[in-house]
Write a protein that binds this ligand. Sequence first.
Ligand code: MN
Length: 289
Amino acid sequence: MPRIGIYYAFWEDRWQTDYSRYIRKAAQLGLDILEIACTPVPAMSRTEMARLRDEAADLGVMLTAGHGPSAAQNLASSDPAVQRQAIAYYTDLLERLAFMNIRSIGGGIYSYWPVDYTRPIDKPGDWARSVQNVRAVGAIARDLGIAYCLESLNRFEGYLINTASEAVQFVQEVGLVNVKVMLDTFHMNIEEDSFAGAIQEAGSRLGHFHIGETNRKPPGQGRMPWAEIASALKGIDYQGPIVMEPFVKMGGQVGQDIRVWRDLSQGASESELDAAIFKSVAFCRQIFA
Ligand SMILES: [Mn+2]
């Protein structure tokens, strides 16, 4: 059975929170994985990190990490000082994730997010710098037993890796087994010619998979071709995490960064949001069985 998870920010409007609450909620809703944001991790005490690690273990919830790096954490930056700062950031972060028994980090962790498109883009230069620096950071992750998963993002959110094909090329140039491709159905829906084709192209390099409908509602509420997607994942014998990343509420930094400008939940209360996820988990168990 595949491991199904959820990104905590479905319920939150900030990129940080008390994750204990969501570890318990994930367990209650029948999820195998809680994905957390890395934002608060560098400021956590060892006691707090150990508490989250142990709470998750006690409830049988696996933790994974997602990250949208700030401009100061941009491994592709043309400024050598920013590159050094970004490498130092990941060096500390990865050690902390390993301490928390988190063995997967994913996202635009080869660039920064959200991108400032008012500035000119140097894709070849940023690509070359990012390959080199992801190799350095990826080696640290490898030594800690962490998969470093590069998420292919749609053009409005990223410019270095928009497709599975570009992700595979990037990962090949990095050349480390633990630096993997990460796909997300929301981004794939915009950029890929074929869902199955993209998954097949990633193949054994696929390390993390995000799911959601075209408008980021929970899986099962829209028109994503789930049968094709599930069949393709089965075809490549994908055994990694499948994490839903729904966003339905406006407000806060999350609503701003995700560009949620209407309440897609129709005014749902927290218990109604929970019920929607409970239903979506059942849908995922069925479709990905
Ligand atoms: Mn995603």
